[in-house]
Design a protein around this ligand. Structure first.
Ligand SMILES: Nc1ncnc2c1ncn2[C@@H]1O[C@H](COP(=O)(O)OP(=O)(O)O)[C@@H](O)[C@H]1O
Ligand SMILES: [Mg+2]
Length: 237
């Protein structure tokens, strides 16, 4: 059974008299444990699709079944619960809170979940260790490189043990060495921890870290490429 099943999904943005059909008809299913890359030109609908998969936005038509639950009809507060329970998000611009240390940033989702002090610190420290930042817990975001900040953001995304990581241009603001480092972390989370990963990227070599690439064009899936085992070998951290 697919983890994510989209059927006949469309999304039209209406702004006064202007309407933009950002997604036309999207049918896709993503299995538990897959690593999927979404690619396409700017404006093709990638972020719109990610926002729907991430329950941050609702489709105009169609159905979305996530882990056997039809989520397209749920209220905003129920969608928020699903996001907290299932998903971790990673964005191009990291979105760390500048006045909080690396550890405190990673603790944030756990505070919202009511996890108490000692347990919270332990889990946040473990998440930072997984991304190779066990020795940077007290650093502030401004004291970290872009690649390190993105690793803090990944630690924050995995601290609540999500089944799914959604990443919109996770390497868009990084140099190629840091980008490959982030991809080897994703590969490890996918292969060793069985976290399903869906990422959007502009860069072909980053897309190829996925098991397959969905090429999106004008709000539709143009084609799906299987990448196979090309990138199975883990690169050094
Ligand atoms: N909030 C919005 N309101 C109106 N139009 C939007 C909005 N978000 C995106 N669009 C439009 O929808 C289309 C797809 O956008 P988007 O999903 O952001 O593309 P991508 O991420 O592939 O660059 C674009 O034409 C964009 O201008
Ligand atoms: Mg986008």
């Amino acid at each position: 059974m697919a983890l994510i099943q989209l059927k006949d999904i469309s999304r039209t943005y209406k702004d006064g008299s202007v309407s933009v059909k950002a997604l036309k008809t999207i049918d896709l299913s993503i299995e538990d444990g897959e690593f999927v890359s979404i690619m396409g030109a700017s404006g093709s609908g990638k972020s719109t699709l990610m926002n729907i998969i991430g329950c941050l936005d609702k489709p105009s038509t169609g159905s979305y079944v996530l882990a056997d639950q039809p989520v397209h009809k749920l209220t905003d507060s129920k969608l928020a619960n699903i996001r907290n329970e299932f998903m971790g998000f990673v964005f191009q611009q990291f979105h760390l809170i500048s006045k909080l240390s690396a550890l405190e940033n990673v603790e944030l989702p756990l505070i919202y979940q009511g996890v108490i002090g000692k347990e919270r610190k332990k889990r946040a420290t473990e998440a930072l260790e997984i991304v190779g930042l066990g020795k940077r817990t007290k650093h502030m975001p401004s004291q970290l490189s872009g690649g390190e900040q993105q690793r803090v953001a990944i630690a924050r995304a995995i601290v609540s043990n999500p089944r799914l990581i959604l990443a919109d241009e996770p390497t868009g603001a990084l140099d190629s060495k840091s980008s490959n480092n982030i991809m080897s972390i994703f590969k490890e989370l996918n292969q060793d921890r069985k976290i399903t990963i869906v990422q959007v990227t502009h860069e072909r070599d980053i897309g190829e870290y996925g098991d397959c690439i969905y090429n999106i064009k004008d709000g539709e899936i143009d084609n799906i490429e299987n990448i196979g085992n090309k990138r199975l070998v883990k690169e050094e951290k």
